[in-house]
Design a protein around this ligand. Structure first.
Ligand code: NI
Length: 136
């Protein structure tokens, strides 16, 4: 039998509420099953991203452009990795929020690294990396 470890998680109650609805909608037996499945999925994805393969990817970010220094920081990161960032698109969603999508190309581990830097920057509300093949 697999060894199972219990651990506690603290979550924003609104987020937990949404998670519970997700668990129900997807038909998971319980929260633990859902979390286990999500962790496995995430680990598989990130292991693949650690490889040295040449890939293409998009990095999507939503942020408030009025946050002090945020635009400068995100732009600096992109300039430092200009060999990876092929193109970018900026959409002004409303008075405050911006959507930015970057097309990237390079070693999967390098793309993961720049995506993590951007997405983990304080003030970025949501960020997502999608890695795909270059077609070769
Ligand atoms: Ni904007």
């Amino acid at each position: 039998m697999e060894r199972v470890t219990r651990f506690g998680v603290s979550l924003d109650s609104e987020l937990l509420d949404r998670f519970d609805k997700f668990v129900k909608r997807k038909g998971y037996a319980n929260r633990s099953k859902a979390i286990e499945s999500i962790i496995r999925d995430y680990l598989i994805q990130s292991e693949w991203e650690m490889e040295e393969k040449e890939v293409a990817g998009t990095i999507t970010m939503v942020y408030n452009h009025e946050k002090t220094d945020l635009v400068d920081i995100l732009t600096d990161i992109q300039h430092q990795h200009r060999d990876l960032v092929v193109s970018s698109m900026h959409v002004h969603l409303d008075e405050h929020n911006c959507l930015e999508v970057l097309a990237t190309r390079g070693k999967s581990s390098d793309i993961r690294e720049i995506a993590d830097k951007l997405i983990c920057t304080k003030g970025v509300k949501h960020g997502k990396l999608i890695i795909t093949t270059t077609g070769h």
